[in-house]
Design a protein around this ligand. Structure first.
Ligand code: ADP
Length: 438
């Protein structure tokens, strides 16, 4: 930022200085030129008077700063201070022509004899001859060099303006760099909206962090509690078997209970790991094209034996739809939805999994004819460990995390989750994916 401010101010300074210098030297140049013509004119008048009084000898006494040429009315040169005679006819020269016609003439042109740019002033004498004085333009340039100290002053001003620009840039930026982001305040009223936004954002971040921390703590406490319950049962059953309290058929029954509780523990741990990965966004980010219908087909096949056991009609309908995403996570989400639709169903009920495309957006729905969810529970069932009927869920092997995984998985895929449910009639959960890009 310092660099940009410095560059801009310095550039403005330099441009202004260059413009001023050009203007100054331009004005100076034209002034010196005017003065030179005036001097030539004056000197020509003196020389003409001297010539009329003392003849050509007077011209010879003049100092040789200027070239003096005395020209006859036909252009032939009668005298030239710088060149030996004969000198070329001068009738073609513009200033001589002007002098002959109008009495006087002046102009700047390249001299035929010296080749240098020269300033001429010519005057017609009463006897019809022309007296001309000239001075090389270099003399004007010399006069300009006389004012060259001004140039050095400009360079000095440029250097000073550079240093000042740098200091100004630093001074402008300092309050911004020195800003205490914990208590942002600014000396610049223009920055007040930005500072306000920073403060607002900081508050939001703090709130989010606090909320996350509280959720994390709550989750840890819940996890500990959820893990403790099956472990307590396992430990109790094992103790009874070890002490020989349970024997024969009873021991077998306890062992089955131990197995069931261990399975629940494993399922719980798997779900916790999956959720932690989703929280840390550690799920593989490669967005492959996943065929949603194929995923559903695999899940339905794997759940058919479970559905049959409860005499539930499990069906898959719809079309092939591509979703960019993680196939393992999508499969887990579909599994959780179908598993719930079977678990919370009535014997002889039905479950329909449907994949469709609505205006190019893939859509998955899992509907069942089960127990349904009362409106007051419908939002909460997506919370971690929230169950409408805790003992029933545990009885049928639920972890209370299935729908949380669905919600997080949907977020990961940019999908919307919708629920339609009526107690005693059934539940339909819909996942609406963003339109596929093809
Ligand atoms: P769980 O492992 O207990 O099934 P979920 O997170 O999958 O945990 O579901 C949370 C709760 O939502 C369940 O305990 C159940 O009460 C309710 N629920 C989920 N799906 C259905 C459904 N299809 N029909 C009725 N209730 C459901």
């Amino acid at each position: 930022m310092i660099k940009t401010i410095f560059r801009n101010t310095f550039l403005v300074g330099i441009s202004v200085l260059i413009l001023c210098a050009a203007l100054f030297f331009g004005v100076q140049y034209s002034q010196v030129q005017d003065q030179t013509y005036a001097a030539l004119r004056q000197e020509t008048i003196y020389a003409e008077q001297g010539l009329s009084l003392s003849g050509v000898d007077y011209l010879k006494t003049l100092d040789n700063t200027n070239r003096v040429t005395w020209i006859a009315g036909d252009g032939s040169v009668l005298y030239d201070s710088d060149y030996a005679m004969p000198v070329d006819n001068q009738l073609d020269c513009a200033e001589v022509q002007a002098a002959l016609e109008e009495g006087e003439g002046q102009g700047t042109r390249r001299s035929d004899s010296s080749g240098k740019s020269t300033m001429y002033y010519a005057k017609r004498c009463p006897d019809g001859t022309v007296l001309r004085l000239s001075r090389p333009l270099g003399a004007v340039r010399q006069a300009l060099i006389a004012v060259s100290p001004v140039f050095w002053v400009l360079v000095l001003v440029l250097l000073i303006s550079g240093v000042l620009s740098f200091r100004a840039a630093k001074q402008i930026v300092r309050p911004i760099n020195d800003m205490d982001l914990d208590h942002p305040e600014t000396t610049y009223p223009e920055l007040a909206p930005l500072v306000g936004k920073i403060q607002e954002q900081k508050m939001t971040i703090q709130e989010e962090v606090a909320q996350r921390e509280s959720l994390r703590r709550e989750f840890s406490a819940n996890v500990s509690h959820e893990l403790k319950t099956p472990l307590t049962s396992i430990s109790g059953f094992a103790e009874l078997i070890a002490e020989g309290v349970a024997e024969g058929e009873k021991a077998k029954e306890f062992s089955r209970d131990i197995y069931k509780e261990s399975q629940r523990l494993l399922a719980l741990i798997e779900d916790i790991i999956r959720l932690s990965k989703l929280d840390e966004e550690a799920v593989s980010p490669d967005h492959d094209k996943v065929d949603l219908y194929a995923v559903c087909s695999e899940v339905v096949d794997s759940l058919l034996p479970v559905a049959e056991k409860q005499m539930i009609d499990l069906q898959l309908t719809g079309v092939h739809a591509q979703v960019p995403g993680n196939s393992q996570l999508l499969s887990e989400m579909v599994y959780n939805l179908c598993d719930n639709a079977i678990k919370y169903n009535h014997t002889g009920g039905s479950v329909t999994v449907d994949v469709s495309l609505q205006d190019g957006s893939p859509r998955l729905s899992v509907s069942d004819t089960g127990i349904g969810i009362a409106p007051e529970h419908q939002k909460r069932v997506f919370e971690r460990f929230y169950r409408v009927d805790k003992s029933h869920s545990k009885e049928i092997g639920g972890t209370g995390l299935g729908l949380s995984i669905v919600k997080h998985g949907a977020q990961y895929h940019g999908a919307q989750v919708k629920m339609e449910s009526e107690p005693g009639i059934g539940t339909k959960i819909i996942l609406e994916f963003p339109p596929s890009e093809e």
